[in-house]
Design a protein. Structure first.
Length: 284
């Protein structure tokens, strides 16, 4: 941790940084366990990040915490120059026997406490990519115009999306009203709910980190949970018991995995294009 960041963190927390230990595991940001005075906090930063990167993440954590459905780390401070976020340091422990059921029921409660519209009152980020949340009343329109189309445009500009892929996605746009499932009210989404963004706290209970929040279709979070693993079938069963899914939800999983897959194309390159094409083939 450089001197400028140490000074900014210390000033924001009201106590000088005694020591900062680098932590591993993040693909996008740098992270530290930081001792300020007698206590320890978690700090993340990224040199060159947009100034609002961590202020909007802080807002996202607080927005999820409003539901009292699942734990998120408390926001302690954030800054924009240099950009950083200081959070309560969670101490991991072994999961309780009812961990999966608690997670499923908690996620259902969080989703039920949704906003009035699809979207959010500000732009935020998914990893290091901008996420436009301009609200709409119509989910299929939001999913295309705010999610799939911007990622397709990025991939095209980077030379990753060929003409065939562009035609397939453009054709999907006209079919989305019949593919997105029965109309549902907006859910309060985590927005980037893969296994790496779930923690077990010191009480053995679930805690969510690193959100990319907005009001969206609840099946988005559930589809992301099934993309890279890390969540058991017991979680999804507990969710469905608490907040039953509409008919056809299983068939819609590939549709709602398209967004995170396109994000991965733009973050990590063309190795994810095969998965995009397979998902598209499942929703024709």
């Amino acid at each position: 941790m450089d001197a400028e960041l140490r000074e900014a963190v210390g000033q924001a927390l009201g106590a000088a940084v005694v020591q900062a230990k680098p932590l591993s595991g993040g693909d996008i940001n740098e992270a530290w366990a930081v001792q300020c005075g007698d206590g320890w906090v978690f700090v993340k930063s990224r040199p060159g990040a947009p100034a609002s990167t961590f202020s909007v993440e802080a807002r996202g954590l607080q927005w999820l915490a409003q539901t009292n459905a699942l734990r998120t780390p408390a926001v302690l401070a954030y800054g924009e120059d240099p950009p950083f976020l200081a959070l309560e340091q969670l101490t991991p422990g072994p999961p309780r026997d009812d961990f999966d059921a608690t997670l499923g029921r908690g996620l259902a409660a969080m989703h039920r406490d949704g906003p009035a519209q699809f979207g959010l009152d500000h732009t935020n980020f998914i990893a290091r990519l901008t996420q436009d949340n301009t609200p709409t009343d119509d989910w299929p329109t939001f999913y295309w115009e705010r999610r799939l189309q911007p990622q397709l445009r990025l991939a095209t500009d980077a030379g990753l999306a060929d003409a065939g892929l562009r035609r397939e996605l453009d054709a999907l746009a006209s079919r989305l009203p019949s593919r997105c499932g029965p109309p549902e009210p907006p859910a309060r989404l985590h927005g980037d709910l893969w296994g790496g963004n779930l923690m077990v706290d010191d009480q053995g209970m679930p805690a969510l980190i690193d959100p990319a929040v907005y009001g969206g279709h609840r099946e988005i979070d559930l589809a992301m949970m099934q993309l890279f693993g890390g969540f058991s079938a017991r979680v999804l069963a507990a969710y469905d018991e608490a907040h039953p899914l509409a008919p056809g939800a299983t068939q819609r999983v590939p549709l709602y995995q398209l967004y995170p897959l396109l994000v991965h194309v733009n973050l990590f390159g063309g190795s994810y294009l095969g998965a995009v094409r397979r998902a598209l083939a499942s929703v024709r």
